[in-house]
Structures are given as C-alpha cells and as structure tokens.
Design a protein around this ligand. Structure first.
Ligand SMILES: [Zn+2]
Length: 464
C-alpha cells in the first residue's frame, strides 16, 4: 500500500512537471479589440458569399476569454501602461514604461526568464523602441525617451530583436553619444538587414533584425514597417520576423518570444477599416508561423494571443440591420498611401489639378465611383473636400500621420458604406480578447484583468 502511494505521488509529480511550457509565444495585437477580430472573420465570410464567420486561426484556439485594460491612472490606457502591465503584471500610469506608478521597476516575465537562462525574443511591426516592445526590456518614466529606451535594449542581454528599427538612433541632446545600431553591435548583436540576410545569419549568438535600408544610413529615424495592404515584394513583414526568431531562438533549450502586431492600432487610429482587416489577417499569419512550431512540440509549447487595448471604438453596424463589409475588398491601399498619392498629384499638377484626375486615383484605390455606388450627396462631400484641398486647407491630423482630408473623407465614406462604425480616433476601454493553446492554456479562460496575464504566463513556465 505504502509502495503504491509512493508510485502514485511520483507519477503525479511527473505529470505536473511535464505540464510546463518550454516554448512560449506571446502575441499582442496593438489596438485589437473584439470587433477588429470579428469584422475580419465576417468580412472573409462575405467574400465567400455568406453571412457568418470564416475563422481566423486565433479564434480556433481551445481556450479564450476577455481582458479589461484600464491603467492605474486612467479608465482608458495607452500602450505604455498596458504594455507594462502585459509584460510584468503591474498596472502603471499612462506613458510609463517598465515602471510602477512610484517609479520603481516593474520587472517583465521576459527579464525574469532571461535570468533563468531562457532565450528571449522581442519583435514588432513598428519601431523596436515603441511602447509595447519597450515594456519588456526598458524602465523609464516616459515612452518618448526613445534614445534611453534604445540603450536599454542594447544592454538587455535579450537574444533577438526584430522590427522596423529605432525611432531615434542618435541622442538628440548629446551628439557624442553612440549610435544605437553601433551600440547593439558593440554589445554582441549581429545586425541583419532584411529577411534573406537574417536567414543567412541564423545561429548568431544575438541578433537585431531590421529592414535592409535601415542599415544604409544608421542615423535615420525609422518609421514603422509598411501596412500589409501597402506591402511590396521584398518588404520585411511580421510573419517573416517570427519565422527568423523561431530559428534563431531554437539554439536555446527554452525560449519566450513576444510579437506585436503594432499597426492594427495605427489603422484603427485612422478609422481605416479596410487596412485594419488586412493587419489582423497579417497578425494571424504571424501566429500561424508559431502554430506550425506548436504542432511539432505540442506538449512543450504555449501560445497566448491578446491585445493591449482597443482603438477607435470599432463597431459592426452604423445604420440599418445590414453589414456590407465586402466593399472593403475594393480598397487597394491604406489611408496613408492614398493621402501620399493625392499630395504627390497636387504637387506635380499644382493649380492645374482637376477633379477628374483626383477622382481617378480615388476610384482606383477605393472602388468609389466604380464598383461601390455613390449618391449625389456622397459626390458633393468629396468634391467639397477637393475644393478645400486645392486651397491648401485640406490636412487632417491623425496620431501617426497628417492625412490629406480628401483621402480621409473618401475612406470614411467607404467605411460608412461597409457599415463599420467608429466612436473615436483614440483608444477605448473596451475589453480585448485573449486566446490560448498548448501547455497551461486552460489558465486563460474567463474574464480577466490585464494584470493577470503576465503572472499566468510565468506560472505556466515554472515546474511545480
Ligand atoms: Zn494607439
């Protein structure tokens, strides 16, 4: 009897210690509320001629729940406070990176696991010093301290970084201070310029992956990677970065990687639904790369997908009881690119610019005046914006870019016709989804606070 209970206890211990994640994928869709996900699924179904949902990979995961996102000092969080909370489990004030409201450090799960010998990778589709990625390795009272954040990246000891580059590679206040790319090299990072170069350098001790052009002039401010809808052949993408990161981190026995889909937020700030859908699809494609790894190591891998907050107050439905999301398939570029195209046209033609020329560009990129029907009122609205544009009054402020007001109006019209609604150009307090699969995934069901996510991930990595 005694022997039997020994056997039982040992088997139980063995079982529990098997249930420990060795490979952790933490995906954060910046600004990805429940409707950014659902609209993408219902859009895909409409393209197949049905009303319903065509599932993204993330929504097929067996465990899911909802997460509240408010920060320590505001009902509506920014990406610094929510990033810090998702990284460390500590609520903080808007704007703060890796610090609690009193200024003491909020230690990320990534840092704790690094101390335990894990390989760590941090990647994003925006700059690598932006609030969400920075929250995992930096500690500073303001998210705008880009140069300081960059120096902390170089000194983090983390094994892989991937993104569009540094916002401020040079210290604006001290020109003698080292360039951040140089500093990374001095700290043992191999710099990879683009996907092919990174593939050739896999096996390096530590790697920083950025687009090739970033390494040509190392002092230049980096913008984000292009939107998925605007991507050209050869442009670096989040799924590619995740693929490189897995190969690179596989030199370690255990690893954790955080991958941010940073531009779901940007497109939602611009209330640009067609671009949001393509960003969510691209983010889901990045998750697919991790899922392939999970299928090879199902007993050792945990994938958690969530968001830091919702952006835009996106709603499905703005008038009658219909949705018409399929019109967004006519959209061929982001509001940013449409704005750039219209501005370039204006610069080129000057005072000779005609409504017909502008209408052609709008029609080609949005489907308005072609596949998408226009009423007389719609036409008047756009022509009025054109009249303002030629008097040089037509610029609208968006968080990340000044948008040509005509481009913005044309896309607002397309969004209205798709029946998408937007309540804000900023963030909202909406809950965000969490989806999980793999070892420890059952922890992520139900209604959570964002401060619970990091401790649950950490718990799944520790033996009991
Ligand atoms: Zn935002």
């Amino acid at each position: 009897m005694k022997r039997l209970s020994f056997v039982l206890v040992f088997s139980l211990i063995a079982l529990l210690s098997v249930a420990q994640a060795k490979y952790v994928f933490f995906f954060i869709g910046d600004g990805m509320g429940p409707h950014q996900v659902l609209s993408t699924e219902m859009y895909l179904a409409e393209l197949e001629g049905r009303i319903g949902r065509t599932s993204l990979l993330m929504t097929t995961f067996p465990y899911s729940g909802q997460v509240a996102t408010f920060s320590a000092n505001s009902g509506i969080t920014d990406s610094a406070a929510s990033g810090t909370c998702l990284a460390s489990g500590k609520k903080t004030n808007n704007g703060m990176i890796g610090q609690k409201p009193d200024g003491t450090p909020a230690i990320s799960v990534a840092s704790r696991l690094k101390e335990q010998g894990w390989g760590i990778g941090i990647m994003t589709s925006v700059t690598i010093d932006h609030a969400t990625p920075a929250s995992h390795y930096a500690h500073t009272p303001s998210r705008s301290n880009y140069y300081i954040i960059g120096t902390q990246l170089a000194e983090s000891g983390f094994d892989f970084f991937g993104g569009s580059g540094f916002d401020q590679p040079q210290d604006k206040d001290n020109l003698a201070a080292p360039n951040l790319y140089d500093l990374c090299e001095q700290n043992g990072y191999v710099l990879a310029g683009g996907y092919a170069d990174a593939k050739a350098k896999i096996g390096a001790q530590k790697m920083l992956l950025v687009p090739a052009e970033r390494l040509v002039d190392r002092s230049r401010h980096a913008g984000a990677l292009p939107y998925a809808i605007d991507r050209k052949e050869g442009d670096l993408s989040l799924p590619e970065i995740v693929e490189v990161a897995i190969a690179q981190l596989s030199i370690h026995d255990r690893f954790l990687m955080m991958a941010e889909g940073g531009k779901i937020d940007y497109a939602s700030h611009a209330n640009d639904g067609g671009t949001v859908l393509r960003e969510v699809l691209d983010f889901d494609n990045a998750i697919k790369v991790a899922y392939d790894f999970y299928m090879q190591h199902p007993d050792e891998t945990l994938i958690v997908v969530t968001a830091d907050h919702e952006t835009g107050g996106m709603a499905l439905g703005n008038s009658d009881y219909t949705l018409n999301l399929k019109v967004l398939a006519e959209q061929k570029c982001s509001s940013d690119l449409l704005s750039d195209q219209l501005s370039a046209l204006q610069k080129e033609a000057g005072k000779r610019l005609t409504w017909e020329q502008v209408k052609e560009v709008i029609s080609k990129n949005t489907g308005l005046y072609a596949e998408v029907e226009m009423s007389e009122v719609d036409d008047q609205l756009l022509q009025a914006a054109f009249a303002q544009m030629i008097q040089h009054q037509g610029v609208e402020k968006s968080l990340y870019k000044d948008i040509n007001a005509l481009a913005s109006k044309a896309l607002a019209l397309l969004n209205q016709k798709s029946r998408l609604g937007w309540t804000s150009k900023g963030h909202t307090a909406s809950t965000v989804p969490v989806f999980a699969i793999g070892v420890g995934a059952e922890r992520f069901t139900g209604w959570h606070d964002n401060s619970e996510i990091a401790p649950l991930i950490y718990e799944a990595t520790q033996s009991h």
